[in-house]
Design a protein around this ligand. Structure first.
Ligand code: T5A
Length: 219
């Protein structure tokens, strides 16, 4: 794949959507990149038309309607469609793809949060992705309470946001363990700061990676 696949992860309200937008416009303004390079944003669940329908089911269904393993399989189905129909063609064409959540979310939410079998999750992630791993993952690390407070500032709360605090704490523990296990791929960002300060941290890491990937020099 000639493009680059950059993922943003974190607990609810960690600021992924906000940062993806900021980083997309920063990259679009970056004159050192080849102007033909497309900077694309996407998300899971919901990065394809089918994924939008799955997202609706996953996030808007009644709390007790979806069993934990059903939930796991629906996230995997969304991902399989996303990888094959959207991500692979874009990356093959050289795009930089900024993605809101990917496989680490399944490990953290379904593995640590729902406490489903981690080996099963790894196998499913492998099946769903066909081996597509991110080139770089930003873990936006924020206290669970602060993230939930930010997310709950919005009117409607989805099915996963409504889970109890202990669930969200286990998810956070999942991201912590993942970052420790994959220090090259996952970069921790202090997401408790202002949006501008968070963006600065991400830009700093990206400058170094862009230099490695494309051989461009930032002043
Ligand atoms: N899921 C997903 C799984 O369980 N398994 C999986 O495999 C996958 C892929 C997705 C849900 O699905 C689950 C995880 C999720 O529960 P979603 O709507 O995409 O649902 O939920 P989130 O990804 O959590 O998105 P949120 O919108 O809740 O959070 P974001 O995107 O992290 O945060 P953002 O940028 O929308 O910001 C939230 C609020 O905080 C403010 C923003 O203005 C906004 O109001 N904010 C800040 N305030 C202060 N300081 C900052 N630095 C701020 N940054 C943002």
């Amino acid at each position: 794949m000639s493009g680059k696949f950059i993922v943003f992860e974190g607990v609810e309200g960690s600021g992924k959507t906000t940062q993806i937008q900021q980083i997309q416009s920063w990259l679009q303004r970056c004159r050192l990149l080849d102007p033909a390079t497309r900077i694309v944003t996407t998300r899971e669940p919901g990065g394809t038309a089918l994924g939008q329908q799955l997202r609706q089911i996953l996030l808007q269904s009644t709390d007790d309607l979806i069993q934990d393993r059903t939930e796991l399989l629906l996230y995997a189905a969304d991902r399989a469609q996303h990888v094959e129909a959207y991500l692979k063609p874009l990356l093959a064409a050289g795009a930089i793809v900024l993605c809101d959540r990917y496989t680490d979310s399944t490990v953290a939410y379904q593995g640590y949060g729902r406490q489903l079998d981690q080996i099963l999750i790894e196998q499913l992630n492998q099946i769903a992705t066909g081996g597509l791993v991110s080139d770089l993952t930003f873990w936006l690390d924020v206290e669970v309470e602060l993230g939930l407070e930010r997310a709950q500032g919005r009117a409607a709360h989805d099915r996963i946001e409504r889970a109890d605090l202990s669930f969200h704490r286990r998810v956070q523990q999942g991201f912590t363990q993942l970052a420790a296990a994959h220090p090259q791929r996952i970069v921790r960002i202090d997401a408790s700061l202002s949006p501008e300060a968070v963006s600065q941290q991400i830009q700093q890491v990206l400058q170094a990676r862009l230099q490695d990937w494309y051989g461009i020099e930032f002043a």
